[in-house]
Design a protein around this ligand. Structure first.
Ligand code: PHE
Length: 337
């Protein structure tokens, strides 16, 4: 019994003089390690007279518990001390200015694209997407533009192979959606399109938003209503809107939609080529041939479609006169939005 008592005394003394974390580690090994003093005492229990064993055993266990607890306590104190010392001795100068992390921002085209999408979503349109690398079939054929059709010359196509192109417009999404779903449909399809063309008002890649509505009784007045609402909410309630007869193989009748030139208030200027009007999108009633291509009954369904160029809308909204500015990544330009 005295042995246990002596061990406790010597432990407490040593603990008291332990000054560092390595000291504590040593103590732990000395008393509690595999070959430590308490461990071997427990192992030697068999050499004690059986009637003394229970009491002796329990005293050693009490000591073991006390030793572990005391070691842990001291360890925590020393750790905290060490931490405090590190902080006070460190050369970190918290009054120095931090490193500047520049913030990025949304590209003006993406910003306006989100705005366009949210206007249509507000009107109840769903958003669908299609591939930028597209089959000739979806980009042309199914849209009533056969191989020898002169309309193919209207769009300077990047061909990947005989049957695969970079889509020249977002209209192929009309076909993909109609093939997979039944009316009523109320869909917009935003995305990138590609044409082999480059000058002050054309870049080889630009963005379009396609839109279409198909049901049993859709008329041209629905088209007018939707587009006028869009233009008035995107530009200004007072912006004049004009529908001008036009031609697209996949719509009949077709129209181009102009807005009153906001550079000269309709008086005529360089931007509107003295007409007072600026074209912003193509539209029309979906051609019955297109419905046949997707297996819709042309006697049951009618619908309208439109497609607009996003860069063009951004240029009009912010009075930008060169489309190439969007893709030069000049920060002096991009920071203005
Ligand atoms: N796809 C046509 C274009 O890119 C625009 C359009 C879409 C016209 C839908 C009519 C209907 O020029």
């Amino acid at each position: 019994m005295d042995e246990v008592h002596t061990l406790k005394e010597s432990f407490l003394k040593e603990l008291n003089s332990a000054r560092s974390l390595p000291d504590i580690r040593q103590l732990k090994i000395k008393y509690l390690g595999k070959k430590g003093m308490i461990t071997s005492m427990l192992r030697n229990l068999t050499s004690i007279a059986p009637e003394l064993r229970p009491e002796y055993g329990s005293r050693i266990n009490d000591l073991k518990r006390l030793v572990s607890e005391e070691i842990e306590k001291k360890e925590n104190i020393l750790k905290t001390d060490e931490y405090k010392r590190l902080i006070s001795s460190s050369t970190l100068d918290i009054t120095l200015p931090g490193k500047f992390t520049p913030f990025g921002r949304e590209h003006p085209v993406n910003k306006i694209l989100s705005e366009i999408i949210s206007i249509f979503v507000y009107m109840g349109f769903e958003v669908e997407e299609g591939p930028e690398v597209e089959l000739d079939y979806y980009n042309f054929e199914a849209l009533n533009i056969p191989k020898d059709h002169p309309a193919r010359d209207m769009q300077d196509t990047f061909y990947i192979s005989e049957e695969v192109v970079l889509r020249t417009h977002t209209s192929p999404v009309q076909i993909r959606v109609m093939e997979n779903r039944r009316p009523p449909l109320n869909v917009i399809a935003p995305g990138k399109v590609y044409r082999c063309d480059s000058d002050i008002s054309h870049t080889p890649m630009f963005h379009q938003v396609e839109g279409f509505m198909v049901d049993t009784d859709i008329s041209f007045s629905h088209l007018k209503g939707v587009l006028e609402s869009f233009i008035h909410s995107f530009f200004d309630l007072k912006t004049p809107v004009r529908f001008r007869p036009s031609y697209f193989p996949f719509t009949e009748p077709s129209a181009e939609v102009d807005i009153g030139c906001n550079f000269c208030s309709g008086n005529g200027c360089r931007v509107c080529k003295n007409t007072g009007w600026i074209e912003i999108l193509g539209a029309g009633m979906i051609n019955p041939h297109v419905f046949e291509m997707v297996g819709y009954d042309k006697n049951v369904y009618s619908g309208f479609a439109f497609g607009m160029g996003v860069e063009r809308l951004v240029m009009l909204k912010f009075s930008i006169d060169d489309i190439r500015l969007f893709f030069e990544n000049d920060l002096r330009f991009l920071r203005q939005f």
